[in-house]
Design a protein around this ligand. Structure first.
Ligand SMILES: NC(=O)c1ccc[n+]([C@@H]2O[C@H](COP(=O)([O-])OP(=O)(O)OC[C@H]3O[C@@H](n4cnc5c(N)ncnc54)[C@H](O)[C@@H]3O)[C@@H](O)[C@H]2O)c1
Ligand SMILES: C[C@@H](CO)CCC[C@@H](C)[C@H]1CC[C@H]2[C@@H]3[C@H](O)C=C4C[C@@H](O)CC[C@]4(C)[C@H]3CC[C@]12C
Length: 369
């Protein structure tokens, strides 16, 4: 971005641009990055909604590709000023093998870094996860912590292990010389549990509630706080970081930032009810209906069934020992690092985030009937 002509005509690449978060990043870039000239959207599966984006002034290039294929990533990266790497295999339900999770999340990220180095792309924003920190396998609470809060980050599950390794690769790559001799500037964003339009797990829980006659049964104590952040604010943070990385390279390069906004601290289930109640569901019980040991037994049985049935079919329910442990461990962030480093303020208030999510749930609901 050395000369002013180039500065006005930026090329961005968003990997995973057709996913839940990726779609919001893509739309946010088109709305809020006036210097954008070309937007490349790289994904294993391209959405039909991309067609509607091609009529604007920004050149939108859809690239069907796989981050595990280094040559495909390099071809998509050539000539890009900024890469937002949000592609990932988000699987805590045992749908994919640990090997596949590692290949996509770790090798895929290594391919993105090497592509930047080879082609001369200087700015790389990586979508990491709160799970890089925790909850850890010991179930230690992380209560309103920030990026510097000491916490024993110990993982066993393939997904958090892969995100932690990938984040480390991205941070270590900060300062590497890219083609042309300039240094690579990287940073990592760590969202907590993202919610909003397009959130598949919320939809699954909603349908589960419908099958149970409009009820959900409390399984987790209301006192266990779970960090949540609205997808529009996560997308906005990505756009801002990408925009500010050049000017504030010395401050932001190699840094991690939790994604946060004004969403309230609540248990996973109470938080979901903010959206599910207006859609007609109710949460039964002020305390968990089943004791924790029984829930864990059911979770272990689910894991056993998954293993037994694997040769025949994929059995991947929401409840397994890992998801139960995550849902049952307090993990919330309270930080202003993004505000201090690059002026981030949430674009959407809690009320707006809530309204938008409810509207999406209700629209989905009526289109399903
Ligand atoms: N959803 C959350 O609550 C959450 C929280 C923290 C971090 N994250 C991270 O945010 C990112 C996006 O997550 P999401 O919730 O939008 O998931 P998602 O599954 O909706 O989106 C991921 C996208 O990556 C694409 N992808 C997967 N494998 C690929 C491959 N081999 N090559 C190219 N593209 C591939 C998928 O097709 C999909 O469009 C992930 O990196 C995830 O780890 C998500
Ligand atoms: C025990 C059940 C009773 O209702 C509830 C199970 C809920 C779980 C399926 C979800 C609870 C916490 C979620 C995770 C969390 O929000 C953070 C995440 C980080 C992100 O990088 C990927 C998604 C996830 C792991 C998310 C997945 C679903 C939960 C485990």
């Amino acid at each position: 971005m050395a000369d002013s002509v180039q500065a006005q005509k930026l090329v961005y690449l968003v990997t995973g641009g057709c996913g839940f978060l990726g779609e919001h990043v893509v739309r946010m870039l088109l709305q809020r990055e006036p210097r954008l000239h070309e937007l490349r959207i790289f994904d294993l599966h391209l959405g039909s909604w991309l067609e509607e984006l091609k009529t604007g002034t920004v050149q939108v290039t859809a690239i069907q590709g796989d981050v595990t294929q280094a040559h495909e990533v390099a071809a998509a990266t050539a000539g890009a000023h900024v890469v937002i790497h949000t592609a990932g295999l988000v699987d805590v339900f045992g749908r994919a093998s640990p090997k596949t999770i590692h290949e996509v999340n770790v090798q895929g990220t290594q391919n993105v870094i090497e592509a930047c180095v080879q082609t001369g792309t200087r700015f790389l924003v990586y979508t990491s996860s709160m799970e890089v920190v925790g909850p850890n396998i010991k179930g230690h609470p992380f209560y309103r912590g920030n990026e510097d809060t000491p916490y024993e980050a110990v993982h066993r599950h393939p997904y958090p292990c892969s995100k932690a390794l990938a984040e480390q690769l991205v941070l270590e790559a900060n300062g590497r010389e890219v083609r042309g001799g300039l240094p690579l500037v990287t940073c990592a964003l760590r969202p907590t549990g993202i919610y909003g339009e397009g959130h598949q797990i919320m939809r699954d829980i909603y349908h589960q509630g419908l099958r149970l006659g409009g009820r959900l049964f409390r399984a987790i104590p209301a006192s266990v706080e779970h960090g949540r952040v609205y997808v529009g604010n996560v997308a906005w943070m990505h756009v801002l970081v990408a925009r500010e990385l050049e000017q504030r390279a010395a401050l932001m390069g190699g840094q991690v930032y939790f994604c946060y906004d004004k969403s309230p601290y609540k248990s996973y289930e109470d938080f979901n009810m903010e959206f599910l109640r207006p859609c007609g569901l109710r949460l039964v019980g002020t305390r968990p209906l089943l004791p924790y040991w029984l829930l864990m037994l059911l979770a272990v049985l689910n894991a056993l069934l998954q293993w037994l049935l694997r040769p025949l079919l994929l059995y991947a329910p929401l409840l397994n020992p890992y998801t139960l442990a995550v849902a049952n461990t307090t993990f919330t962030v309270s930080t202003n690092k993004a505000q201090r480093h690059f002026g981030y303020e949430p674009l959407f208030s809690w009320e707006e985030s809530r309204t938008r999510t409810i509207r999406w749930m209700q629209a989905k609901d009526s289109s399903a009937q």
